[in-house]
Design a binder for this molecule. Structure first.
Ligand SMILES: [Zn+2]
Length: 282
């Protein structure tokens, strides 16, 4: 399986969040972006269409009472956590797709930007799937903030259908799969950016659990195990978090192979934002 990341973080538009986000993925991008192996840049063409019909599809869906941020880990779960700023605006969306499917979606132009009018306001809607999947009446619309100027459409899927099994049934929640982003905030989600998203394709190799908190690529395990326990602890407890402006402990950590050594990706123990660190080989 391959994970693809649809990043809606743009250079100038969201200065407070982009730095954090970009720096967290810099190490990640360095070794992991394989999309150019599969698709030429000229094949990534996001069509821009105007469609007044879309509003009637949106009106058929339920709009959740809570914001997407407020309902996280209450009404739904996500596979990879959410990249949101303090207010609740999403700054990066991860889609789980095997790479054939991702390429098929790109080539068939399933990723489309639609301009439409809805609730007396003009919106841009970015789709992450074929239209019939995006506009299923059983999908749910979440407002990102109480301003109601940006929304996501999610499909709420049974976790077992995606291979997730909960040991404690009280933790069991549907998994939110992103189907579209709806925005009236051209300052946060500029049209130029929506039309030229950054797709990162990551080969998802088999992972092995080291403990509850850390998983590791199978072929990277040897490198990790060869480090002394003290050294490993020092690494885990010394990852820089831009949000906290401090070195923090990384949790929900995955260790990947990297041309320079190993790459740790996870979350800050204090604030939950995404953090990453490369440990270079000696
Ligand atoms: Zn932090």
């Amino acid at each position: 399986m391959i994970r693809s990341l649809y990043s809606a973080a743009s250079g100038q538009a969201i200065p407070s969040t982009i730095g954090r986000y970009a720096s967290a993925v810099t190490d990640y991008e360095r070794s992991k972006n394989e999309i150019t192996n599969y698709i030429g840049p000229n094949q990534i063409n996001i069509p821009y269409v105007v469609d007044a019909q879309v509003a009637s599809y949106l009106d058929q869906m339920v709009i959740a009472a809570n914001t997407f941020k407020a309902d996280h880990e209450k009404g739904y779960d996500t596979e990879y956590g959410n990249d949101m700023d303090e207010k609740g605006y999403i700054i990066g969306i991860e889609l789980t797709l095997d790479h054939e499917r991702f390429i098929e979606l790109v080539k068939n132009q399933a990723f489309t930007v639609i301009r439409t009018e809805w609730r007396n306001r003009e919106y841009h809607l970015v789709t992450f799937d074929y239209l019939e999947k995006v506009f299923k009446p059983e999908n749910v619309i979440y407002k990102l903030t109480d301003n109601e100027d940006a929304f996501v459409i999610v499909q709420l899927e049974e976790p077992e259908k995606l291979g997730y099994y909960y040991t404690d049934s009280e933790d069991r929640r549907p998994i939110a799969l992103f189907k579209a982003l709806i925005s009236a905030r051209d300052d946060i989600y500029p049209l130029e950016y929506l039309l030229k998203p950054e797709f990162h394709l990551v080969k998802n190799t088999s992972l092995t659990f080291i403990d509850n908190n850390i998983s590791c690529e199978v072929d990277t395990l040897q490198f990790w195990n060869d480090l002394s326990e003290k050294h490993r602890e020092r690494i885990i407890n010394n990852v820089y978090c831009e949000n906290c402006s401090d070195t923090v402990t990384i949790v929900d950590c995955t260790i990947y192979n990297d041309p320079y050594g190993v790459l740790l990706r996870g979350k800050c123990k204090n604030c939950g934002k995404r953090v990453a660190r490369v440990v270079e080989r000696d």
